[in-house]
Design a protein around this ligand. Structure first.
Ligand code: SF4
Ligand code: SF4
Length: 91
């Protein structure tokens, strides 16, 4: 059941995004914008979690997940070579 109170967050793989604008144009809630030719979730509170952006992105550059799952992803997002690794954390 759709829950209008449910909140979502977006994982953007900036390196994969080519700024094609498909997701921005498809989003029914105008959540997404291009900034510096990369997708940016400008209005995440308006996201209804339809996942059109995720499903239609040709480059797997964006994912949508419920905010309650956010903690599950912080580690994995940092581990998949997205340029988010902290160089200072090398042991
Ligand atoms: S559809 Fe994918 S590649 Fe295109 S702007 Fe959106 S996230 Fe970037
Ligand atoms: S999940 Fe749907 S509403 Fe949310 S940003 Fe993607 S296309 Fe827009």
């Amino acid at each position: 059941m759709a829950d209008p109170q449910k909140k979502f967050f977006h994982i953007v793989r900036v390196k994969y995004c080519k700024g094609c604008n498909i997701c921005v144009a498809l989003c029914p809630k105008k959540v997404l914008e291009l900034r510096n030719e990369k997708v940016f979730p400008a209005r995440p509170d308006d996201c209804i979690g339809c996942r059109m952006c995720e499903l239609r992105c040709p480059d797997f550059a964006i994912e949508v997940h419920p905010v309650e799952d956010k903690s599950k992803f912080e580690t994995s997002v940092n581990q998949v070579g997205l340029g988010l690794k902290s160089e200072a954390s090398h042991g």
